[in-house]
Design a protein around this ligand. Structure first.
Ligand code: F6R
Length: 612
């Protein structure tokens, strides 16, 4: 939800800012803008639409400033329009501000500012921030650090979430940043410093980062960075080195990030397994270090997340229940947080979030901590907000995921959850060792098998090209295959804009079969030997009613019954979603391409949902 970039150094800021915005565009692409410090005044250039539109703004190439801030927007308050684009300036053109987040009390603050003579040009919540800073700035006696103090006082008045960057005409060599519940990192170069909503956007400039915590402020010059806590007391921060390769954030010859990320899955699954699982050894979660007594103390496990991450939770529930003999509830974070979930200190809550910045997931985590539950965060982003809230954090290590539609994060989340489940079962001694061992062996074979699945892309592409003009596509499965249907259906909706539903195959007769008519496309997933016959019967029922069918299976079935059958390698049904989703990720991808859509940046969506 909105991306922000900042630069202070010796180089011309505008190309660096625009380059950063292009990499952050997955966070929102309703409008974009930059402010740079130009010979004693702040230049502010912005427009609605994609970041590339900035190149069309007259004079943008002539900017010479070496200090600047920039923003790409996912609209919340006010429609996508030039006047609602960031940066926003105060009425006196002294401050320029970019903001990611939502100010919940902006109406109240707006009224206060109007009473004090300020006026507003946009419908955004953000525009109150530069004016509020101005209000406090003029109240100061221009003493040393009045700028930082004014920003601090303004932030004290804000309710909601924010990551902000502030430029001030009177302090041309300074950049002030602050964060609360929205991500912000500072990259350190030589005689230059960078600011960004996430690491990949500035990874080509530096691998050294400071991560800001909620309530932190930072004052940057080109040579120095000073950090302050919520009370403006100076604090120290540890500089972290990030090992990601720059090419991990580039398309690397692929047409789209999504395709690249689909093809990265043999590697990402291998990285997730990493050193946690080695042949013949126990699963290693030393970083969690639960004893048998601790695990026996838990009466239930909650898996809480949003979207695809929640689907990863659904996929692993059967395995956790079967191997650990414990009740598992999978919940949508935005529902969980507003119910009164029955959790206490006998509950283990596991939060899954690729970005680690999803507002609902973080709020749900905070709620369960308040109720005394133990919490584990599963995230892909080192140091992300969720990892700072949870009692324990484990990382998927899938590498940066840039495409808005999540692919490799999902398979890595299930892989990591499967490893965690095996670890629990080993500690609990809840099932015979050979049961655990068989799944461990299967997990180690997964990277190879993922590579094999990816070889079938032509077959998938051909089928996708036949059905890309459909209005509705249905997905059916039972057990873990049903959970894959849900993820496949979400992927298709997101990037092809085709209406789609996923049904538990056995549920079909209870209503949804009324939707099946001649020519409709139904995708069946059949990977569980215990359920395959049942699902085959359900598929027969839709074929009889005229459906054309695509089947993803690792079973011996009568292929002549179906229009297209994709055969994938066999693995234990408890972890089969890691393989069976892959042809369906490609299916959505090729449909979207055939329709000529922007695969990486589907309409109305943003990668990181930092507002509720
Ligand atoms: C779908 C997708 C979203 C995210 C969801 C949670 O392709 O990407 O459904 O899975 O917004 O995001 P994270 O995992 O970052 O919390």
């Amino acid at each position: 939800m909105c991306g922000i970039v900042g630069y202070i150094g010796n180089k011309k800021a505008s190309p660096i800012l625009i380059d950063g915005l292009l990499k952050l565009e997955y966070r929102g692409y309703d409008s974009a803008g930059i402010s740079t410090m130009e010979n004693g005044f702040i230049s502010n250039m912005k427009d609605k639409g994609r970041v590339k539109n900035l190149y069309e703004i007259p004079g943008i190439d002539d900017l010479k400033g070496v200090v600047g801030i920039a923003h790409t927007r996912w609209a919340t308050h006010g429609k996508p329009a030039k006047e609602n684009s960031h940066p926003h300036m105060d009425n006196h053109n002294i401050f320029s501000v970019v903001h990611n987040g939502i100010i919940e009390n902006y109406q109240e603050l707006k009224e206060f500012l109007v009473q004090n003579g300020y006026h507003f040009l946009s419908q955004t919540d953000t525009e109150i921030i530069p004016n509020l800073i101005h209000y406090y700035y003029v109240k100061q006696d221009k003493c040393h650090d009045s700028l930082l103090k004014a920003v601090h006082l303004a932030c004290n008045d804000l309710k909601g979430s924010y990551a902000i960057e502030v430029l001030c005409k009177d302090a041309p060599d300074t950049l002030i940043v602050a964060r609360k519940d929205s991500p912000l990192v500072i990259g350190v170069g030589e005689d230059e410093n960078y600011v960004s909503s996430d690491i990949p956007a500035i990874l080509s400039y530096t691998k050294n980062f400071y991560l800001l915590n909620d309530g932190d402020f930072a004052k940057l010059s080109k040579h120095s960075i000073s950090f302050y806590d919520v009370n403006l007391a100076p604090i120290e921060k540890e500089l972290k080195s990030i090992e990601w390769d720059v090419s991990a954030c580039e398309k690397d010859g692929y047409e789209d990030f999504m395709l690249k990320e689909i093809y990265e899955q043999p590697k990402s699954v291998r990285e997730t397994i990493g050193s946690r699982l080695k042949k013949g050894e126990k699963v290693n979660f030393e970083d969690i270090g639960f004893t048998k007594e601790t695990l026996q103390h838990f009466h239930k496990i909650y898996l809480v997340a949003c979207g695809t991450a929640m689907h990863a939770g659904l996929a692993i529930k059967p395995m956790l229940e079967k191997l650990c003999h414990i009740d598992v509830i999978v919940d949508i974070a935005s529902e969980f947080r507003y119910r009164e979930p029955l959790i206490d200190d006998k509950t283990l809550c596991i939060y899954i979030s690729q970005s680690g910045e999803t507002a609902d997931t973080i709020a749900a985590l905070k709620l369960s901590k308040m109720k005394g539950a133990k919490t584990i965060a599963i995230s892909n982003v080192i140091g992300s907000s969720i990892t700072r809230e949870a009692d324990y954090t484990i990382y998927t290590h899938a590498g940066p995921e840039i495409a808005v539609a999540s692919t490799k994060a999902y398979t890595s989340q299930i892989t990591l959850l499967a490893l965690l489940c095996l670890y629990f079962a080993e500690v609990l001694e809840s099932v015979p060792y050979d049961v655990i061992n068989t799944i461990k062996e299967e997990l180690l074979l997964l990277p190879e098998k993922v590579s094999e699945v990816l070889k079938d892309s032509e077959q998938i592409k051909n089928f996708a090209n036949k059905v890309y003009e459909e209005k509705d596509i249905f997905f059916l499965g039972r057990g873990t295959d049903y959970t894959v249907s849900q993820e496949a259906s979400l992927k298709l909706k997101e990037i092809s804009y085709i209406h789609s539903e996923a049904y538990a195959a056995g549920e079909l007769k209870h209503g949804p079969i009324a939707l099946i008519e001649n020519g409709i496309t139904v995708v069946g997933i059949l990977t569980d030997p215990n359920l395959v016959e049942k699902s085959v019967s359900n598929l027969q029922e839709v074929i009889t009613r005229g459906a054309k069918t695509l089947i993803i299976t690792n079973q011996e079935i009568n292929q002549t019954n179906y229009d297209e059958v994709i055969t994938i390698p066999y693995t234990n049904p408890l972890i089969s979603p890691i393989l069976s989703i892959i042809p369906l990720q490609l299916f959505s991808y090729y449909i979207s391409k055939e329709k000529g859509l922007d695969v990486d940046k589907p309409r109305n969506l943003a990668k990181s949902v930092t507002v509720e």
